[in-house]
Design a protein around this ligand. Structure first.
Ligand code: AMP
Ligand code: MN
Ligand code: MN
Length: 328
């Protein structure tokens, strides 16, 4: 099943509930709201339901204030699940929404996606689900308006880490330029969605960076509930730390370990081009993409750090030198 099957299902629906993953990022919220505006242009009823709130840096997106936390009792013709590798990744709304609709449409770019929909379009070559939605618009007979374009361009910016991942190619930039022509304000999107963090978050980073370690090209840091309490931060404030750690010149792979309030350990992995952290995350029961992946481990913090770091060392050792980024 493919893009055309998905497009047909979207064309036939008079109403749609659009879902995406827990702790939504720019691609989750951007692709969901972009599809919502596109379906509304067609005259369909479309609503976005997310288990967790839209983060502050994405509240500027047109329609962000309409995102709901609960599945409406009336349901919809179809449920569209975006950017989520499994029903677990969506959280509670998945079961409630699918119980109140006839068809599940699954659109994703995670290679670990289990094709859990009735209709699936899984395309790991796409850097962002927002780009997949953009490529569906012609089959839906929709020209992107300013709202749609702004939401979709935000997904492109955030999932490519500001157009810096190896998946950023000239086709993506052409799509980005077309979205700008349709009214999406790129510099504004980058400022709002990407170059925008709270003082509290950076204070948490300051705490976590006290634990910074570097071995064999792997950089890592830990944050705990005590650190978060000390600065008034939440678990979510640790979200970008691994991306920041990867900017260290000596880092081939970066990992951040968040000791969650429930005692489990959330591991967030990032890799320079040529390294693959998706394989390590999958071994640990998680998932993701080669340059960005994660897992949540049910074990003590020390054990989690040891387990993950030794798996990452094996990954670095197994990566062939020609594939490695030349690091000075
Ligand atoms: P994060 O480090 O949480 O920003 O996640 C990076 C990437 O890995 C995203 O594409 C996530 O969807 C994916 N990911 C993180 N944790 C998990 C998990 N427990 N299971 C599957 N995928 C995950
Ligand atoms: Mn995402
Ligand atoms: Mn994505």
């Amino acid at each position: 099943m493919s893009k055309e099957t998905v497009a047909r299902a979207l064309r036939q629906a008079r109403s749609a509930l659009i879902l995406s993953h827990l702790n939504p990022d720019g691609d989750a919220v951007g692709s969901a709201l972009g599809l919502m505006w596109a379906l509304r242009q067609r005259g369909a009823l479309a609503r976005v339901v997310l288990a967790d709130p839209v983060p502050p840096n994405l509240l500027f997106l047109p329609g962000a204030e309409e995102v709901e936390r609960q599945v409406p009792p009336e349901g919809a013709d179809i449920v569209v699940v975006l950017d989520s590798s499994s029903p677990d990744h969506v959280g509670e709304p998945f079961a409630e929404a699918t119980a109140r609709s006839n068809l599940v449409v699954n659109i994703d770019h995670h290679p670990t996606n289990g094709a859990f929909g009735d209709v699936n379009w899984i395309a790991p070559a796409y850097p962002a689900v927002a780009q997949m939605i953009y490529h569906l618009l012609p089959s839906l007979g929709v020209q992107p308006d300013e709202a749609t374009a702004t939401c979709l361009l935000t997904g492109l910016v955030t999932d490519t880490n500001g157009f810096s991942t190896p998946t950023t190619d000239s086709n993506l930039l052409r799509d980005a330029a077309e979205l700008m022509d349709a009214g999406a304000p790129l510099p504004d999107i980058i400022q709002q969605a990407y170059l925008n963090r709270s003082l509290t978050q950076v204070r948490l980073w300051a705490q976590a960076l006290q634990t910074l370690q570097w071995e064999d090209g792997i950089v890592w840091a830990v944050n705990t509930p005590e650190m978060r309490r000390a600065v008034g931060a939440s678990e979510r404030d640790s979200s970008d730390l691994s991306t920041f750690l990867l900017t260290i010149r000596e880092a081939r792979i970066a990992a951040s370990f968040t000791l969650l309030d429930d005692g489990r350990v959330k591991v967030s992995l990032r890799a320079k081009p040529g390294y693959n952290v998706a394989e390590v995350a999958a071994q640990l029961g998680g998932g993701g993409h080669p340059p960005a992946a994660g897992a949540t481990l049910d074990m003590p913090l020390e054990q989690a750090v040891q387990t993950v770091i030794s798996a990452l060392k094996a990954q670095v050792a197994a990566t062939t030198p020609h594939a490695q980024l030349q690091l000075s």
